[in-house]
Design a protein around this ligand. Structure first.
Ligand SMILES: C[C@H](O)[C@@H](O)[C@@H](O)C(=O)CO
Length: 469
């Protein structure tokens, strides 16, 4: 549910404002009811804006209640300086809604107000038409604004720093604060090791029992033992403790090479932080990026705030040219929810295999292997070109084939790691020559319009691939 501010703009001549008052109130009521019917809280200004003074006082009053999005409604011709004064008193995202009823020049009011905002460089978006007909577009703006507002004032927990020289996993904290309002808390990986020892033994054993009961654990007595699996579960509790102690909103864990060579991999930790459950029951997802990939985590957090779903983190690992399908495979974890996308963890876990880690990770532990369930997806990734942020976006779908084909394809890369076979609606040439990172992120469903709106609000470039170019 979002909190939405609503101010209706009117004519500055008292006799006109009086004459159109009924129409403006009716339009305000219709819009407010429509938003409430979709579960949102609406804060309506106490008066219609028909003087300069009301523009400022009412906008300040609405802004004081910290809406996620503020709507300026134009049911009639409205003096544009009211828009400017009200916008100046509105710190958050702005949406202008214009009336197209030919009896009243609301559309002209929106264009004059919007043009004035453009001249001052004030970012805003616009929709126009009958409220019922434009509900989807309004709700898209609401979702985008809520995501952008949700980022501001949040904290990313960066556990461990830059992995294996990966420039694409590191970002500038000044730029993050200025552009996204996100702070970064630097935490040493030693904290995971230190705190893992203190985890409650009975909770750890219960976690292992649950994984053994619902998942498929393949102990080999060497790389994967009950003790190593418990160490991974202990690491999960250690990171949860860090999240609580530092009030982290989303996180990333370096892992490689220190933990993966000398302690254990963070795959179980990362999978279940990203999942909407763990062995103790349902919980909120906590976006966690492998390799402490900062722009990856930020992309994931935006996708989470838009969709509410767990977000996929993956390497762009292999392109099966014969099928025009990509193997999105991460070095050890995808949220287990992706295995069947069921609300029942048991259904997902039945398809998850905990394999002994491969040669890259001598410290051992389990990788979290499964093949993502099929379905339409939106793919995205924030990258930077010459210091300027852009959001790569593309559409596509996860696919599965018969068992023998799935198996053979997974064996071509690293079988023990999780896979998602993605048919991207973009040419492989275009993808490989333009995509600016080794990691990609995805959520089920269609969020392209929302991502466009997020980019506008954040003043970053929307960089569509394939059909979105
Ligand atoms: C093999 C490496 O250690 C992996 O971690 C690598 O495939 C990556 O995940 C790079 O993002």
């Amino acid at each position: 549910m979002a909190r939405i501010g609503l101010l209706s703009m009117s004519d500055g001549r008292d006799f006109v404002a009086r004459d159109v008052a009924g129409h403006v109130s009716e339009s305000t009521r219709t819009l407010a009811e429509l938003l409430r019917a979709h579960g949102h809280e609406v804060i309506t200004a106490r008066d219609v804006i028909w003087t300069n003074e009301l523009a400022t006082t009412e906008a300040r009053w609405v802004a004081g209640q910290r809406p996620d999005l503020t709507i300026f409604n134009y049911p009639v011709w409205a003096f544009p300086h009211f828009t400017m004064l009200a916008a100046d008193a509105t710190p958050g995202p702005l949406l202008l809604v214009g009336n197209i009823d030919p009896q009243y020049p609301g559309m002209v009011g929106m264009l004059a107000g919007g043009g004035a905002l453009d001249q001052a460089g004030r970012v805003h978006s616009r929709v126009w038409g009958d409220p019922e007909a434009i509900t989807d577009r309004i709700l898209t703006s609401v979702r985008a604004a809520t995501a952008v507002t949700g980022l501001r004032g949040s904290t990313f927990g960066r556990i461990g720093g830059r992995p294996m020289g990966m420039y694409t996993a590191t970002a500038n904290t000044d730029q993050w604060m200025r552009q996204f309002g996100v702070d970064v808390e630097e935490i040493d990986q030693w904290e995971v090791v230190r705190r893992a020892e203190n985890a409650d033994a009975s909770r750890v054993t219960a976690g292992r029992d649950w994984l053994e009961k619902h998942g498929n654990v393949h102990y080999d007595g060497k790389q994967l033992t009950p003790e190593l699996l418990e160490r991974q579960i202990r690491s999960y509790y250690a990171v949860r403790e860090l999240i609580d102690e530092w009030n982290l909103d989303f996180s990333g864990i370096k892992g490689q090479p220190e933990l993966t060579t000398h302690f254990t991999t963070m795959d179980v930790t990362e999978a279940f932080l990203n999942d909407p459950y763990d062995w103790e029951g349902p919980k909120e997802t906590h976006v966690t990026a492998t390799e402490a990939d900062m722009d990856g985590a930020l992309t994931m957090q935006i996708l989470k705030l838009l969709s509410g779903d767990p977000v996929l983190f993956a390497d762009v690992r292999h392109y099966h040219a014969d099928k025009d399908v990509w193997d999105l495979c991460n070095s050890g974890q995808h949220a287990t929810w992706y295995a069947a996308r069921s609300a029942d963890p048991a259904e997902n876990l039945a398809k998850v295999h905990f394999h002994p880690e491969v040669f890259y990770f001598p410290a051992g532990g389990a990788s979290v292997q499964h093949l993502a369930a099929p379905g339409e997806m939106t793919f995205a990734r924030l990258t930077r070109y010459d210091g300027r942020y852009r959001m790569h976006v593309m559409r596509g779908a996860f696919e599965q084939y018969d068992d023998a084909t799935n198996e053979a394809m997974m064996r071509q890369s690293t079988y023990e790691w999780p896979h998602a076979f993605a048919r991207l609606r973009v040419d492989s040439e275009e993808f490989l020559s333009r995509f600016g990172a080794n990691h990609i992120h995805a959520v089920p469903g269609e969020y392209v319009a929302e991502l466009r709106a997020v980019c506008e609000l954040l003043s970053i470039d929307f960089d569509g691939f394939g059909e979105l170019r």
